[in-house]
Design a protein around this ligand. Structure first.
Ligand code: NAD
Length: 430
């Protein structure tokens, strides 16, 4: 049975996205089309409850077969850059993820170097600067951040702040003339994502969303296997991402506050489940159905949602059954089921130690994936530095982040209204 979302969740739906019939308004469609993305050029609207009625056949109006997408960029070679050339990066926000994963990863990067830090805590910034060899002249706080415009050493600003601050610091960084690498989720509303994309265009600077799983070797190999037909036609993707939200952990405290986090588990770790469905199918969903469940009287979920179960239908007929949770033991699992076999990534999106298995009629076989010397974090940062140096579009630009927020909001709309939401996808954009 569907558990109705809390009132705070209901308020989150940006109703101006939709007209009175639940369809995406035309001006937005035109904007989206101009950005060239997958939901882009499509309409979001309400149609019959195909999921609820268990409609297994193809939906009226949907293409009967999988659209042919362009190959995934990770399968393409990077253009070599001038040996030894590195772009200067400024990291904004010295929290848990920045300190434990990102700053150490600069040591493995080939064309990205840490040159500046932005923090509200001067003492911490100085300690970190001394550890990573950053000059104290290159330390900023949130008030002095805009002076980064005068620092020619900084090419890229990496935003690692609570979700609701991503848009502000991205726009300020573009105004300072820098390129921006932004943590996921890109922002908390569609409007913020659009503003970030426009600000980048106006500044003539690049924007990339930090979707590390698209640089993680086991996920990249899983995508290759699906594309190469090793499991036959892809029919179903399942993915679950869950963990216990810990109110004692400072990094989880803002995650309980809607004005900082934007939402609950779906924005934080549900993004991984959604991304998996999109990068494994290589398609954009045409229909979404969501359910939200909050444990009664749990103070952690006064403002943000706990569990989200959501389903997506793709143009080829493939479907995805996905979830995110803040109240279940850690799970980071992705599975892809095809006509000839299945792929199991478990764990799928850990920082390290992910595992890939292939299940066919011959049985289950662990797949040894060559893990590069570089972490997925160094790989994604270097990819962005190379995109800037070579003037290429990055693999996961702002439009990719915007698509996820659009889909997440369609899932939310579906949960609030208790019926599926249709997205008239025009096919794959990948
Ligand atoms: P965190 O709380 O540890 O870090 C947030 C930082 O922002 C802290 O340094 C904090 O002092 C600073 N900050 C500035 N203004 C703030 C304010 N008004 N309220 C609260 N903090 C403020 O959180 P985190 O876990 O490091 O997450 C930061 C971002 O990184 C989030 O967007 C999150 O989604 C993302 N993240 C990504 C991954 C990944 O695997 N890609 C993993 C973890 C976190």
């Amino acid at each position: 049975m569907r558990v109705p979302p809390e009132p705070s969740s209901l308020m989150e739906i940006p109703m101006n996205l939709f007209d009175k019939d639940g369809r995406l308004d035309l001006s937005r469609r035109l904007f989206l089309r101009s950005t060239g993305g997958g939901l882009l050029g499509s309409g979001l609207g309400l149609i019959g409850p195909a999921f609820a009625q268990g409609g297994g056949g193809s939906m009226p109006g949907l293409p009967p077969s999988r659209p042919t997408g362009r190959p995934f960029p990770e399968m393409e070679q990077e253009t070599p850059v001038e040996p030894g050339r590195r772009l200067g990066w400024a990291v904004v926000g010295l929290g848990k993820f920045a300190l434990n994963q990102i700053l150490p990863s600069f040591g493995e990067s080939r064309c990205s170097k840490l040159v500046a830090l932005v923090s509200g805590n001067r003492q911490k910034a100085e300690q970190v600067a001394s550890r990573y060899g950053v000059d104290t002249r290159d330390l900023y706080d949130y008030q002095t951040f805009d002076r980064i415009a005068d620092n020619p050493e900084v090419d890229v600003v990496y935003v690692i702040l609570p979700n609701a601050l991503h848009a502000e610091y991205t726009v300020r960084a573009f105004k300072a003339g820098k390129h921006v690498f932004c943590e996921k989720p890109m922002a908390v509303t569609v409007e913020e994502c659009e503003t970030m994309i426009s600000a980048g265009r106006e500044a003539g600077r690049k924007l990339m969303v930090a979707y590390r799983a698209q640089f993680e070797p086991h996920n990249v190999e899983a995508i290759r296997k699906v594309r190469d037909g090793e499991i036959g036609a892809l029919r179903l993707v399942t993915s679950d991402h869950g963990r216990i939200l810990d109110p004692k952990d400072p990094a989880d405290q803002w995650r309980m506050v809607k004005s900082l986090a934007g939402g609950g588990s779906r924005y934080d770790i549900g993004i991984y489940s959604l991304q998996a469905a999109r990068y494994l199918t290589g398609e954009e969903p045409v229909e979404a159905f969501g359910q939200i469940a909050n444990t009664k009287d749990d103070p952690r979920f006064r403002e943000v949602e706990d569990r989200v179960a959501f389903q997506l239908r793709f143009p080829s007929g493939a479907v995805a059954n996905l979830s995110s949770s803040y109240s279940t033991a850690s799970v980071k699992r992705i599975q892809a089921f095809g006509e000839k076999g299945s792929i199991i990534l478990d764990p799928a999106t850990e920082y390290e130690g992910n595992k890939l298995a292939l299940q066919t009629e011959k049985g289950r076989q662990e797949v040894k994936v060559k893990v590069k010397e570089q972490s997925q974090f160094a790989a994604e940062m270097d990819h962005f530095s190379q995109s800037v140096m070579n003037n290429h579009d990055p693999k996961t630009p702002g439009e990719e982040g915007l698509r996820d927020i659009l889909i997440m909001q369609a899932i939310y709309q579906s949960a609030c209204e208790g019926r599926p939401v249709s997205m008239e996808a025009t096919g794959s954009t990948r």
